[in-house]
Design a protein around this ligand. Structure first.
Ligand code: MG
Length: 157
């Protein structure tokens, strides 16, 4: 078994779609990004790649590559899991924490877990998604951005 950690941040701006954990959530603010800006999936990909010491998401899916412009990040996650599989690893369990002032993500958590589990080909019980505010402190508290942290355990298949 091996463990990995990932972290990502995106700037929030008005009038952009807000996609997180593969789910479109109603929000006044959305992520500025080259891809669909799914900050949680980006952190998760980095955790999975980190667990296998395979580098990071920027190495495998460079944001300078037009192929990834506006890409659905679930595609990046599926690619990441396939990369691990090629190296002889499968996903054990993952745990994500999202730091965001609003909107409240609680009503969407189960849908997010289901979606991520589907994309990674694991049981929903192996996927944890949590959300927290930062009590109005810092860039997340001021709604300038959203941050996500992820840990992942992978196992030899
Ligand atoms: Mg990102």
């Amino acid at each position: 078994m091996r463990i990995g950690f990932g972290y990502d941040v995106h700037v929030l701006a008005e009038g952009l779609p807000f996609v997180i954990c593969g789910v479109r959530v109603d929000s006044a603010l959305g992520c500025v990004a080259h891809s669909d800006g799914d900050v949680a999936i980006h952190a998760l990909c980095d955790a999975l790649l980190g667990a296998a010491a395979l580098g990071d998401i920027g190495k495998h899916f460079p944001d300078t590559d037009p192929a990834y412009k506006g890409i659905d990040s679930t595609i990046l996650l599926a690619h990441t899991v396939a990369l691990l599989r090629k190296e002889g690893y499968k996903v054990g369990n993952v745990d994500i924490t999202i730091a965001l002032e609003r909107p409240k993500l609680r009503p969407h958590i189960d849908q997010m877990r289901t979606r991520l589990a589907e994309v990674m080909g694991v049981e929903v019980g192996s996927v944890s998604v949590k959300a927290t505010t930062t009590e109005k402190l810092g860039f997340t508290g001021r709604q300038e951005g959203v941050a996500a942290y992820a840990v992942a355990l992978i196992e030899r298949c």
